[in-house]
Design a protein around this ligand. Structure first.
Ligand code: PLP
Length: 416
């Protein structure tokens, strides 16, 4: 049995995986021409690059009225505000997500109400959502995590039944489809991050897809200092400058030219990766729901059994990285994130509603199991390296698994 690279052995893979973001002359020309135009920013709103990118993005994603913004956190806050959700309203958020999904409602004055996830998908559990609905609930914020889409049929049904707004956090799901419809076009809003690690990037940035033109106009006003769509000088609602810059939109247009081929490339190897890992003892693949018809994705996530691997996921990921595989343990559970502990109570929402913020006393067993012991997140770059990239990833997982006792020794030594 080969020694683990983390213990000084030879790594499975020494060649680096392809870098991200990808760029070519088109990006350089696009940015250069914006620089020469002198119209670099986002005002007057929208500039020509922004209008073109917004339009093209919604075509590629399959619908919605698009509004470009500075990032994929503001998009969530603005969606809630545009829907009239604010002070003291409850917004249901999964307990396993990036902190932004829970922080954005607070920025809008609303209370994030955490619920547990479905262990088969690591996305919001519809049963848990229904149990959490109260007369103060105004919105559901499903997150399409990693390579998954939350059960949108069940979530939309609940939204219809209880008259709730749905904001799909699609920061990981550009290009993904559910029953042939684009992620982010199923709810009232779809929020997309274009931050540099995302599979469509403008360096920083965000897109909000809105179900109606009226919602899009409300959102556009909030991000344009409160100006109405048709009168430049006036300010009629509480807003700020959250506009995307023309330089970023130009990068987005160039990125969209490469995007469909990148989706195809990653998706074509997803089934192969699942096949390679399906027989590995101690690996549990997440569910592929047949309603998830285009599997465009940001990270490929699977679960390990710490008993079988000799250690919890954090050390397993360290061992995989030593083997040359870009792997990470993902997010902490939201309720354990320092951001949401009692000392955040000087913030307006936790100060006013402390009864919701005993997060350290709350328990979401499935989110904790995923976030603290099981989840292994594999970078999308592995899927741009052809079948060899997948073979190396699978070989490294097998190698780490075969060396479970060595890993257990390491875990004991480090207290992990
Ligand atoms: C699930 C999720 N939601 C929201 C965001 C926030 O996006 P941004 O960093 O563009 O604000 C991210 C970004 O990492 C994310 O992963």
């Amino acid at each position: 049995m080969a020694d683990l690279a983390i213990l000084g052995g030879t790594p499975v893979r020494s060649a680096p995986y392809p870098a991200w973001p990808v760029f070519d002359e088109r990006d350089i020309e696009a940015v250069t021409s914006v620089i020469r135009s002198g119209n670099w920013g986002g005002f007057p709103y929208p500039g020509p690059q922004s209008a073109a990118f917004a339009d093209r993005f919604s075509q590629v994603q399959g619908g919605g009225y698009p509004v470009l913004m500075v990032n994929g956190t503001i998009t969530i806050e603005v969606a809630l505000r545009a829907a009239g959700i604010g002070w003291g309203d409850e917004v249901i958020v999964p307990a396993y997500t990036f902190q932004a999904t829970a922080a954005a409602p607070m920025a809008a004055g609303a209370i994030p109400v955490l619920v547990d996830i479905d262990p088969d998908t690591y996305c919001l559990s519809p049963e848990a959502v229904e149990k959490a609905i109260t007369p103060r609930t105004r919105a559901i914020l499903p997150v399409h995590l990693g390579a998954q889409i939350a059960d949108m049929d069940a979530i939309l049904e609940l939204a219809g039944k209880y008259d709730l707004v749905v904001v799909e956090d699609s920061a990981h799901a550009h290009g993904a489809k559910w029953r042939g419809f684009g992620a982010g076009t199923l709810g009232h809003f779809g929020s997309f991050s274009l931050q540099s690690s995302k599979i469509l990037t403008t360096g920083e940035g965000g897109v909000l897809l809105c179900r109606t033109q009226a919602l899009a106009e409300a959102a556009a006003s909030i991000i344009n200092c409160g100006r109405p769509a048709d009168a430049e000088g006036q300010h009629y609602t509480m807003g700020a400058n959250f506009r995307m810059a023309e330089i970023q939109a130009a990068l987005g247009l160039a990125a969209l030219e490469r995007f469909p081929e990148q989706i195809r490339q990653r998706e074509s190897l997803l089934g192969y990766a699942e096949e390679c890992l399906s027989e590995v003892d101690g690996v549990r693949l997440l569910k592929h729901d047949p309603r998830h018809t285009t599997r465009s994705f940001y990270r490929f996530i699977f679960a390990i059994d710490p008993q079988v691997f000799g250690a919890a996921h954090r050390l397993v990921c360290q061992a995989l990285r030593a083997e040359g595989i870009p792997a990470g343990a993902g997010y902490p559970p939201v309720h354990r994130d320092p951001l949401f502990q009692p000392w955040t109570s000087r913030l307006p929402v936790p100060s006013a509603f402390p009864e919701y913020f005993g997060f350290d006393r709350l328990s979401f067993p499935e989110a904790e199991r995923a976030a603290e012991r099981e989840a292994v997140w594999i970078d999308e770059s592995v899927f741009r390296a052809g079948p060899q990239g997948i073979d190396d990833m699978a070989a490294a997982v097998c190698k780490v698994r075969e060396n479970a006792s060595a890993l257990a020794g390491l875990a004991k030594g480090s207290g992990a």
